[in-house]
Design a protein. Structure first.
Length: 133
């Protein structure tokens, strides 16, 4: 275009293209997964401390290559569910799955795997009795 300045319609596309060229694929996958986790946590109204815990769990599992073969939506929902249950918050899998259209059975299976990896399988079977009353 004449008159200087940038064509604003192309700047976002150019930035995404340069990001695709500069970041390795596993880093792009981690970034997409973190975005999914933040979206689920945001829909549920998580605190900043809970979001930090969710991010830490996601990065730890990705670094150890424990989440291969599962969809991003299922990973995010399972990690958020595990972190909520670990901190003692009463939540159902259905509530978490509504936020990102993940399949509840896959999320439950993956949450059990995550709990076993962190050596806390008892977390998913605990109930918060005080909040039920």
């Amino acid at each position: 275009k004449y008159g200087g300045g940038l064509d604003r319609s192309k700047t976002g596309r150019i930035l995404r293209r340069t990001e695709q060229r500069t970041l390795p694929s596993h880093m792009r996958t981690v970034r997409k997964g973190m975005i999914q986790c933040n979206m689920v946590a945001g829909e549920l109204g998580s605190s900043p401390q809970m979001r930090d815990r969710i991010a830490w769990v996601y990065k730890k599992l990705m670094k150890d290559h424990k989440l291969r073969g599962y969809a991003l939506e299922d990973r995010a929902a399972a990690i958020v569910y595990f972190c909520y249950k670990e901190s003692g918050v009463l939540i159902r899998i259905d509530e978490v799955c509504e936020t990102n259209a993940a399949h509840p059975r896959k999320v439950a299976k993956l949450a059990r795997i995550i709990a076993r990896l962190f050596k806390k399988p008892y977390v998913l079977s605990q109930r918060n009795i005080a909040s039920d009353i």
